[in-house]
Design a protein around this ligand. Sequence first.
Ligand code: CU
Length: 95
Amino acid sequence: MRKALITAFITISLTAFAASQQTIVLDVPNMTCPVCPITIKKALKRVPGVEDATVNYDKKTVTVKYDPEKASPAALIKATTDAGFPSSTHNAPKS
Ligand SMILES: [Cu+2]
């Protein structure tokens, strides 16, 4: 009985965690060789709150999963820019 309650509690916690996750796609136009995605991924994963970063070399985009309470799009863009890869929000209107 007690074990069942604990299991239920863990399930609820994981669901709440997943709900607080946000996904953003960034354009990284100056990825020019197959090593670039590794650098970009490393830079993004160093940002607190980033859960995962997936680079699409052909499309020159990176999809980032992050916790919006710890990281922000601005922090993600800064991380890639500091690593030498200026990025912007995918499909963002040009200002
Ligand atoms: Cu490169």
